[in-house]
Design a protein around this ligand. Sequence first.
Ligand SMILES: C[S@@+](CC[C@H](N)C(=O)[O-])C[C@H]1O[C@@H](n2cnc3c(N)ncnc32)[C@H](O)[C@@H]1O
Length: 215
Amino acid sequence: MDRLKTSQRQPAADLVKLVKLHQEVPWQKPLSAHSTEAFEALRPRVEAHSGPLIIDSCCGTGDSTRNLAGRFPEALVVGVDKSAHRLARHQLGDRKNYALVRADVNDFWRLAKEARWRPTQHYLLYPNPYPKAAQLRKRWHGAPVFPDLVGLGGLLTVRTNWSVYVQEFALALHSMGYSVRQNQLNIEEPISAFEQKYHARGHALYELICDLDQS
Ligand SMILES: C[S@@+](CC[C@H](N)C(=O)[O-])C[C@H]1O[C@@H](n2cnc3c(N)ncnc32)[C@H](O)[C@@H]1O
């Protein structure tokens, strides 16, 4: 059962219409200078890497970025978060195959897509749920950048403690022609700081997996 306080118990009725609108009308918001600089600083390393690229979007303190780097030693794992405060709390590990970047993913996803980066995997772990009904456009599947996130490709993993969030995310992807898998998680070793916190508090945790390269 969800432990989150919200009056929204079902996927938003106007979600699919919103996703279609965002597909039809390309998003024009100018890219911010700080994200562009951070992207360009990282770019040579990513483009020189011959192995798989994994993106860990909204990585917070970057625990998941470090853990993924350990799990996938041949990959370069890029953790992106807009919060300098969260990134500053990162605890370095022994692994060298990861990088943390301070950037807004609204910019970073568009820049990565434009640069034709093709991540093999993309993690979006415990994004802010924005659980009020009026906040649909703040959730990633209701945001104008959603087509860019999808267009980046890769095996996408989304985790959340709000069942409606994954249901909506799945509906948005279905409406774009993708099939998805949804599971309730049985956590043994938490991968991120929020996963650790929710697991310790006994929250039900949900996962959505979608191959964005499926034809
Ligand atoms: C609930 S925390 C989850 C952090 C981490 N994934 C975890 O599982 O511990 C959500 C994170 O999303 C980041 N975030 C929210 N909007 C963002 C954006 N537009 N660009 C980059 N990061 C963002 C926040 O700074 C925050 O660290």
